[in-house]
Design a binder for this molecule. Structure first.
Ligand SMILES: Cc1cc2nc3c(=O)[nH]c(=O)nc-3n(C[C@H](O)[C@H](O)[C@H](O)COP(=O)(O)OP(=O)(O)OC[C@H]3O[C@@H](n4cnc5c(N)ncnc54)[C@H](O)[C@@H]3O)c2cc1C
Length: 378
């Protein structure tokens, strides 16, 4: 790109888009800034949707973020529908066409939805959370398909709301994400609180008598009043088709978030190149760190150090709060730094074959920088 950009467009009004706007201003960018967001809402905390917001007595404002101060033109309820990198223009769903000389792609991801013509609840957006919370209020019988973080957090919220809940998963819940030790701990807490877990080699959401149900590999069909699907997500890249910024079906960025001249990407939409290969890391703090690096790189290029980020993951489910700094999943058993894992309150540390560590706090109050420091100790 020749010279610093004067007109930057940010596509996506989630945490990556918001952080990119804030970073551009903090870096001294005083040109025209426009943010295009498909949702009508101001940016909010997505992690809160499956935690505080699902609690029927929880704070209905728990997802709110402080008002933005980046002084961008905000187009809400409008989607980018096409990108022309040669002309440096973005087509919008309202028929407008925006010119840019710097572009941040932060269009995130969306929930994978089953292909059935009957209602199935998923949880990605604020409106989904409001619908799910409303559905749980009647204490229906619930079946959740998906044993990942989102499936378990939905099941936890539904149980806490007083519902009878079955969770269907294709392996032990959370084992792929966290490894056996922590997955066992969470599964114990879940079953003690009344969750029924069904594991099956495969499962899908089907229609039964005009309603959704979950069909298992052996042909059993589990019916319930409410069916929730938590079977993963899709990066929102369709609007980039034909723009030459995609590598196959991925938006691959370098270690500073750059995908083309004058174009950077951050957050759930992007796969970043790092020391451990090309990876999409759909986590809240990754979106923030990537957006900071990418926005700075849009202005200052190679001067900006490549992102060297240790991922931070957390979940709250079945009265357990788990925070992890470092690589996941975790093989074998940990060393106990403090506390007692058997009583669900401990500070734990795993050592990986390459000598690196992952530090995990389970129901243990510890500031994140201190948890990070634990991964450095030899
Ligand atoms: C329910 C839930 C709970 C979670 N809990 C945790 C957690 O506990 N810990 C954790 O680390 N992570 C958690 N995550 C993941 C975390 O929220 C995401 O990694 C993070 O929100 C990604 O931010 P983003 O800005 O990249 O994308 P998004 O948050 O997806 O934001 C992208 C925005 O772009 C908009 N958009 C999409 N396409 C277009 C387009 N073409 N034009 C304009 N706008 C567009 C979307 O509508 C959306 O508003 C959770 C996610 C969910 C759904």
């Amino acid at each position: 790109m020749s010279g610093a950009p004067r007109r930057v467009v940010v596509v996506g009004n989630g945490i990556a888009g918001l952080t990119a706007c804030d970073t551009l201003r903090a870096e001294g960018f005083d040109g025209e800034l426009t943010v295009v967001g498909a949702e009508v809402h101001a940016p909010y905390s997505r992690p809160a949707l499956s935690k505080a917001l699902l609690k029927l007595d929880g704070d209905l404002g728990a997802h709110e973020l402080p008002p933005s101060s980046h002084d961008a033109i905000e187009l809400r309820g409008v989607s980018a529908t096409g990108l022309d990198v040669d002309a440096r223009r973005i087509a919008l769903s309202d028929g407008q066409d925006l010119a840019y000389d710097g572009l941040v792609i932060a269009s995130g991801a969306r929930a994978r939805r089953p292909e059935v013509d009957v209602p199935v609840l998923t949880l990605r957006e604020l409106d989904d959370a409001i619908a799910l919370r409303g559905a749980l209020a009647g204490r229906p019988e619930v079946v959740v398909l998906g044993g990942g973080v989102l499936g378990m957090e939905i099941a936890s919220g539904a149980l806490a709301a007083g519902c009878r809940v079955t969770l269907v998963a294709t392996s032990a819940p959370m084992s792929r994400q966290l490894g056996g030790f922590l997955a066992t701990m969470l599964a114990r807490a879940a079953t003690e609180r009344g969750l029924r877990v069904v594991t099956t080699p495969s499962a899908e959401i089907v229609e039964r008598g005009g309603r959704a149900a979950v069909s298992l590999a052996d042909g059993t069909v589990i019916e319930a009043d409410v069916v929730a699907g938590a079977t993963g997500d899709h990066a929102n890249i369709e609007w980039l088709a034909g723009s030459r910024v995609l590598t196959g079906d991925a938006l691959v960025a370098d270690g500073r978030g750059r995908v083309a001249d004058g174009v950077v990407a951050a957050g759930d939409v992007a796969s970043w190149r790092g020391s451990r290969g090309v990876r999409r890391t759909p986590l809240w703090t990754s979106a923030i760190e990537q957006a900071r690096t990418a926005a700075a790189a849009l202005l200052r290029g190679d001067e900006v150090p490549e992102l060297d980020f240790q991922s931070y993951f957390w979940t709250e489910q079945f009265d357990l709060a788990v925070k992890a700094v470092g690589d996941l999943p975790l093989i074998d058993d940990p060393e106990t730094v403090e506390g007692d894992a058997a009583s669900d309150s401990a500070l734990l540390r795993w050592t990986h074959p390459d000598g690196s560590h992952t530090a995990v706090a389970v129901n243990w109050r510890i500031p994140i920088p201190k948890l990070r420091r634990l991964t450095l100790a030899g």
